[in-house]
Design a protein. Structure first.
Length: 99
């Protein structure tokens, strides 16, 4: 069993400043997934939780995930974020392969 993943890149870099249209776009995309991982501050996580409260999609703050080790975070203009060279070790879930 694998994980279905995708990236949502907001037009507005700060989640706490999202417009209602931005929240609707996130909601539409999140309906396809069980969990949304937010790579941001507490405010960004709460903004995403608020946007997704009407659907059954768990919101997890990225810094609270167990099992990710040695991730290189790279920022690209204009506000694109990528995780590179990540090693995932067996933690609480069934993920135990290098991604």
């Amino acid at each position: 069993m694998g994980l279905k993943t995708n990236t949502y890149l907001s037009r507005q870099f700060l989640a706490c400043a999202w417009t209602s249209g931005e929240r609707k776009r996130l909601l539409k995309r999140a309906k396809q997934f069980d969990t949304a991982i937010v790579l941001g501050c507490d405010s960004a996580t709460e903004s995403v939780r608020d946007a997704l409260k009407s659907i059954d999609c768990k919101v997890v703050q990225g810094m609270e995930i167990a099992g990710i080790v040695n991730v290189k975070v790279k920022f690209h203009f204009p506000g694109t974020l990528s995780l590179e060279d990540s090693r995932i070790i067996k933690g609480k879930g069934n993920i135990n392969e290098r991604e």
